[in-house]
Design a protein around this ligand. Structure first.
Ligand code: 9MR
Length: 623
């Protein structure tokens, strides 16, 4: 809230005294990376960069100002990339210091990379966070989840039974654990590791497993995968989520004492599960073959269930109020999981699965929890050895189609590949995910323009924005202070848990941020208050692309190398050796088919006794 006042004051100062305002990455610039700030009110004037002793080291004339629509503001993009010597610098226009201290160093993004990953440790369920690893954010163990009940929506017969659903990460500001959102988050982090092994093999996150023989990032990710494995039912299907029936209050997790349930069993959760366990079977094989094998078997069983139940979409039960993560199409989850599972099996049945959902033009969409075609594109394009030429070509076209669209957006006074359409719920993850696309385009083409556009997006998140705010807690001069995050609200520490990326400006926010919605300047539609879940919550699927973006940039500059396409051949498993859980299918429906009736496509389900029920394509029963 302090930051909000600062923003209002500086905006006022601009109109009152025609002072110059400057927006910048407040954390730091890597010596060899591009360096830019957006300066308002200085077109044609000299921007002078001085070192800590006050000596002028560089002068750049601010170019003509141009509009950046999301801020509804004209700014000059001042490029000072020439400045490479590590140190702290200050920018001046005339006698006035503008912006914030400029930090340049070779590992300027290492701290924020580590913090964005450490966030996942702070989100751990079923474990006490000790002072050794959590410092002042230590807290007692919460939600052990060792006796989770089955909600009737799971289809389980014995609703008095319990199971062990321990571990995993809390999804966001709430204490739910959701398979769909775990899917994309876990993938994004595994992909970060896969593409930057040399850097992450030794990066210490100071977590309980630090010091074992496994890279810390993989230990952290495994905490969540182990939970995901507990969510697989005997028939291979995967429960949609594990939560209390309603959201808990703003308390620490040990105060969450209401019963937790497995809720629903869905096609999207099951296919996301196939994708993650298949990729895990590859990545963990070098460290723990037994665990990797377990993941491969789980993937095979889940795939089998999904073939029998392709229209089991999740619908929120009436007595449940936690997050839904539901969507009406599983085509993208099929494509992505088939890509991952084919990669580790080379099996022709799985290739057929994959070819049902080719990565054609209409499917070129930015990734998000609901839309995961892009994840298939990343996997296929970066492993041309495992996939055939046509699939690789489609995957590459997918990535360059999106990346080139973003490059076209760059021509504005803030120098950002971000436009008005990006400002919906979780906009900071939307732009971070664009960064992930751009980094893939760079990996595939070696063209620096893509890497530089990704850098701009990180700069935006760290302060080159009209709020003059770093959206990552604990980092930056003006940093977010009041995220919607139960552990941060429930503890006695003033500062929130560090390393968290908040959702960010949302031009359709309908909560307490509503009065801050600015339809002329969507990038300003934000409220740093814990009451605003629609602009100021945190989430694992938002931090993961931040970690990917900061981590990839830091790793690429630190090692001087980018991922070599086709360099890592995956572990291979024999799918015919995986038990397909056929027995459990006996209890399920005798058959599903799509029919056209009453002017719409619907699913007809024939039960074993011959009765028929009908569902729309969202999975909702039609009476
Ligand atoms: O990230 C989700 C966003 O895309 C949706 O618009 C929003 C409303 O359904 O829900 C967001 O996800 C929330 C989830 O449902 C529950 N945990 C907190 C998530 C972040 O706000």
């Amino acid at each position: 809230m302090i930051t909000r006042n600062a923003t209002i004051l500086s905006a006022f100062a601009v109109t009152a005294a025609l002072a110059v305002t400057s927006y910048q990455n407040q954390v730091g610039f890597i010596s060899d990376a591009p360096k830019q700030i957006a300066v308002v009110g200085a077109a044609g004037e000299d921007v002078v960069f001085k070192d800590a002793e006050g000596k002028t080291v560089l002068t750049v004339t601010a170019p003509e100002a141009s509009m950046w629509k999301p801020a509804n503001e004209e700014a000059s993009l001042v490029d000072f990339s020439e400045l490479k010597t590590p140190g702290t610098y200050y920018a001046f226009v005339g006698d006035d210091s503008i912006g914030h201290p400029i930090n340049i160093s070779d590992n300027a993004l290492e701290g924020v990379t580590k913090a964005s990953l450490k966030f996942f440790y702070f989100q751990r369920s079923s474990i006490e966070l000790t002072e050794e690893f959590a410092g002042k954010y230590a807290r007692p163990m919460g939600t052990p989840d060792t006796a989770v009940m089955y909600h009737s929506s799971t289809g389980k017969e014995d609703l008095t039974a319990t199971f062990n659903g321990a571990k995993g990460w809390y999804d966001a500001g709430d204490y739910g654990k959701y398979i769909v959102n775990s899917g994309i988050s876990t993938y994004t982090l595994l992909q970060l590791y896969r593409q930057n092994r040399a850097y992450f093999d030794t990066l210490n996150l100071n977590i309980p497993e630090s010091g074992n023989d496994v890279p810390d990032i993989l230990d952290e990710i495994r905490w969540n995968i182990e939970w995901m494995l507990t969510m697989q039912d005997d028939d291979g299907g995967v429960f949609h989520k594990l939560t209390t029936k309603q959201f808990a209050g703003m308390v620490l997790p040990d105060k969450v004492t209401k019963q937790r349930y497995a809720i629903g069993k869905s096609i999207t959760a099951t296919r996301d599960f196939v994708a993650v366990t298949a990729l895990a079977a590859d990545i963990y094989k070098r460290f723990d073959p037994e665990f990797a094998e377990k993941c491969a078997v789980a993937a095979g069983k889940a795939r089998w269930w999904s073939k029998q139940n392709p229209y089991e979409f999740f619908t929120q039960p009436r007595d449940v109020g936690t997050g839904t993560y539901t969507d009406a199409s599983a085509a993208d989850e099929f494509a992505w999981s088939s890509a991952e599972f084919y990669r580790i099996t080379g099996n022709k049945d799985i290739l057929e699965d994959l070819h049902q959902y080719k990565l054609t033009k209409g499917r070129h969409k930015l990734q998000g929890w609901q839309t995961v075609f892009a994840l298939a594109a990343f996997t296929i394009a970066t492993d041309p050895v495992a996939f055939d030429e046509e699939d690789v070509g489609l995957a590459r076209d997918f990535i360059f189609d999106l990346a080139d669209t973003y490059i076209k957006q760059l021509d504005n006074g803030y120098g950002l590949a971000i436009d008005n359409g990006d400002f919906y719920w979780g906009s900071n993850s939307v732009v971070a995910n664009k960064g992930m696309v751009l980094i893939h385009a760079y990996i595939l083409s070696d063209e620096k323009k893509y890497l530089d556009a990704a850098q701009g997006i990180l700069d935006y998140l760290l302060g080159r924005n009209p709020l003059d705010l770093s959206f990552v807690t604990g980092w930056g001069v003006n940093q977010v202070m009041n995220p919607h995050h139960r552990p941060s609200e429930g503890d006695t520490v003033v500062a929130p848990v560090p390393g968290m990326l908040v959702g960010g400006p949302n031009s359709t926010a309908d909560d307490c941020a509503k009065t801050y919605v600015d339809s002329e300047a969507p990038a300003k539609s934000y409220y740093d208050n814990s009451c605003s879940y629609a602009t100021n919550e945190v989430a694992i699927n938002w931090n993961a692309p931040l970690a990917y973006l900061a981590g990839s940039l830091q790793a690429i500059y630190a090692t001087g190398k980018k991922f070599e396409v086709g360099s890592d051949t995956s572990a291979v498993y024999d799918i015919t050796a995986i038990p397909a859980a056929r027995t459990a299918l006996k209890t399920r429906a005798a058959g599903d088919r799509l029919i056209f009736k009453d002017n719409s496509v619907r699913l007809e389900r024939t039960l074993r006794d011959g009765t028929k029920t009908y569902f729309d394509l969202r999975g909702k029963a039609i009476r």
